[in-house]
Design a protein around this ligand. Structure first.
Ligand code: HEC
Length: 156
């Protein structure tokens, strides 16, 4: 191989390398730094990446109202509370957990949590911010959804 074509190959590699760093790396960094507290919204893709704290949950068949609750939950809560309310390692606690059984955390505590936020007291995840986009009626659906998951897992 001539020296010229060697140089040509090397410069092509350099250009490709620079292009890779410029166009792909920032995207990777952005994704790595975004999924936490600041953006309580979760795409289906990042939902799949949440690491559950409560494992081996039984997922029940859901009524129409519970399904509506599931959708609102996935859009607004799952980033911290995990898919199926199973918690998300490093972000937020499972709501399908004995702590949140109806006699200890009644439905009103869900409404208040969303309206006012929650000061960290049971878990090491920090405070929950108020989730102002979610209306009272939508929280009622979320409660129906979480209670269905709790019942299916022996939390009554
Ligand atoms: C930014 C992360 C985050 C989001 C988003 C979030 N939560 Fe929370 N939530 C937390 C954390 C952390 C706690 C636990 C605080 C503690 O007890 O240490 C918590 C606690 C709660 C509690 C328990 C309240 C209590 O009285 O102890 C309920 C109920 C709750 N969240 C419901 C929701 C619902 C419903 C949504 C969506 C509308 C939601 N959360 C969204 C982080 C979040």
């Amino acid at each position: 191989m001539s020296r010229i074509s060697q140089l040509a190959i090397i410069s092509v590699l350099i250009v490709v390398g620079i292009a890779w760093v410029t166009f792909f790396r920032p995207m990777g960094e952005h994704m790595a730094s975004s999924p936490h507290m600041s953006a309580p919204q979760m795409s289906e893709g990042s939902l799949a990446k949440s690491t559950p704290i409560a494992t081996g949950l039984t997922i029940p068949n859901l009524s129409v109202v519970e399904k509506l609750g599931e959708r609102t939950f996935n859009e607004n809560c799952a980033v911290c509370h995990g898919k199926n309310g199973a918690g998300n390692e490093g972000a937020g606690p499972p709501l399908v957990h004995i702590i949140y059984e109806p006699s200890h955390h009644g439905d009103m505590s869900f409404q208040l949590a969303v309206k006012n936020g929650v000061r960290a007291h049971h878990w090491p995840f920090g405070n929950m911010p108020p989730i102002s986009d979610v209306l009272e009626g939508e929280v009622a659906n979320i409660i129906a959804y979480i209670r269905a998951l709790q019942r299916a897992n022996g939390i009554n």
